[in-house]
Unconditional design. Sequence first.
Length: 202
Amino acid sequence: MYRRYIFLLALLALHLVACKEDEDTYPSIITEFVDMLSDSEGVLVQFTNDARETYQITNTLEGADPNAVYRMVCGYVPEGGRATIYQLQSVTLLRDSTDVLRRDPVGLQSVWRAGDYVNMQLSPLTQGGRHYWGYSLDSIAPRHLHLSLHHAQNGDPLSYTQNVYASLYVKHIEGFAEALEPLGKFAWTLIKFSIAAAMENL
């Protein structure tokens, strides 16, 4: 926990320095979901976006776990095969939670498929407590796949809205690609403030 705290402080320092250096001309930042890779010393060295484009990181970001892969929302400025990072936010990787199904209410801002992931922007109500996330595969058939999003409020009071980014690695779901080819659909079911809702994507 302490190591992660130092890591986040380093990212904040990076953001402040970058803003000061570019007071006069703020760069055009690309923001997207990426897989971030650290080296043996815990330094973030490269990332790959969902379009499978890989960039080497130009600025120093220390404090990560060694030889680890982080799923993150990254704001960066590319230059050839290199990129300078200005913003980072963690992403929750959804795991199969069929055995501990919980469907506490949550807001849904957007959901889309990109590369090997289904990405989501969620807006739970919180007071800063820890929430738990997961999914279950409800049904799969040619050209149609149905999933349920699981959310456990974990006793956290419903005080204010917070943005949460989440990703589901589709290769963990056997038959996902086959079910959606060609022009198949996937559907998410969730409880949105006590109202059942479903959202479909091509």
